[in-house]
Design a protein around this ligand. Structure first.
Ligand SMILES: [Mg+2]
Length: 377
């Protein structure tokens, strides 16, 4: 057997890898659930009903993206862009299974077996040791990509950099099936970020980007030339954070966040036609039905919830979400229904007709015994 010499000096730069599945839900459908859909435009989401459907596309395969379809787009629009696309509802259970599978494959390459899941389809690992062992970051990334493709049948893109923040940006540069390596020289990291827009940084959303634009700041290069006090008027207490991120500085260690746990269960319903605001009985009926289905799921998975959220989208597309929590976790179906109806009745705009309603339970915990907390309410 070959003897491998691993030298890890304390002053050696870290290598962090961010792995992100390409078009995750659509890829699970194409490569795992429905191989007959490989190479075809696939939309996961609501039924477009020949262009009359009213929901949105939750995920689009790259073939669908080539036709201009994007996730979040109304299915009716997606249908007009590509009536030949396969529109499928999607099996959310299977996405969780696929996620667990590739996370375990990633773990094999992770220093100390530590893996930081960022969402169902992306994770960070440290590969400082792996880079020494296998001969460079590109080699490690290729091995990971191959193993995830061969074993889990999923395409992914990988970014490798001295830290999490830069690795995340790198991954997005070259999708699908890309590998992007940045660093380790801090000057190379700075140069990589320089030309990018401010919202390339994970944590800078549309609102913050708009705020920065008002101060004339649009690129990370501009921020690299600023001091923290100069950033203060635009960013306040987050100035130091943005100062560091724009320079590609991020010292967070990879902390394993354990196995995937379900954070919420939700159902929503987009109406075939907008519903008048005074159709109270009908609307309450819809809410109750959704609560029943959520209740069944909670029982099946022996989970309890603490928080109920009601989502309302009006016919003008404005959307509100309002929540209420109980003091102790419960799985009592009456509590769920009462809370949902109460939030809906008190918090919605009674003048506006509705396009969608949804219910979500969160703050989930495993339960062993039955308990009803009607007394608390
Ligand atoms: Mg992804």
């Amino acid at each position: 057997m070959e003897t491998l010499k691993v030298i890890i000096g304390s002053n050696m730069s870290r290598w962090i890898m961010h792995t992100d599945m390409d078009a995750f839900y659509a890829s699970v459908e194409q490569y795992r659930n429905h191989p007959e859909l490989v190479g075809r435009p696939v939309c996961v989401g609501h039924d477009p009903k020949g262009g009359k459907g009213r929901g949105v596309v939750r995920a689009a395969s790259y073939e669908a993206r080539a036709k201009g379809i994007r996730s979040g787009m109304p299915v009716s629009q997606a249908y007009r862009l590509c009536p030949d696309a396969a529109f499928i509802q999607g099996e959310f259970e299977s996405y969780g299974v696929a996620s667990d599978e590739f996370m375990e494959l990633l773990r094999e390459y992770a220093d100390g077996g530590r893996i930081r899941r960022a969402s169902i389809d992306e994770a960070y690992i440290e590969v400082t040791e792996g880079v020494q062992l296998f001969g460079g970051p590109h080699k490690v990334a290729s091995l990971i990509q191959e193993s995830i493709w061969d074993v889990a049948k999923l395409p992914c893109s990988i970014g490798a950099a001295p830290n999490m923040a830069v690795a995340k940006v790198a991954t997005g540069m070259n999708k699908p099936r890309g590998i992007t390596i940045v660093g380790p020289d801090p000057k190379d990291v700075m140069r990589f970020l320089e030309a990018l827009p401010v919202d390339a940084i994970n944590g800078i959303g549309t609102k913050t980007a708009e705020r920065l634009a008002k101060f004339g700041i649009t690129s990370l290069g501009q921020i690299q030339r600023m001091t923290i006090p100069e950033l203060w008027p635009a960013m306040g207490r987050s100035s130091g954070w943005l100062y560091r991120r724009a320079r590609g500085i991020d010292e967070r260690p990879i902390i394993d966040n354990g196995p995937r746990v379900r954070k919420s269960i939700s159902k929503d319903r987009t109406f075939m036609e907008d519903v008048e605001p005074d159709a109270i009985e009908y609307l309450h009926g819809v809410l109750k039905k959704m609560c029943n289905r959520i209740g069944e799921k909670l029982r099946k998975k022996t989970l309890r919830f603490r928080t109920v959220t009601v989502k309302i989208r009006y016919s003008d597309y404005s959307t509100i979400q309002r929540s209420k929590s109980v003091p102790v976790e419960t799985d009592c179906p009456d509590v769920l229904q009462r809370l949902a109806v109460e939030i809906f009745a008190h918090r919605r705009d009674r003048e506006k007709s509705l396009r969608l309603v949804g219910v979500k339970v969160s703050g989930l915990k495993e339960s062993s015994e039955q308990l009803c907390l009607t007394d608390f309410l």
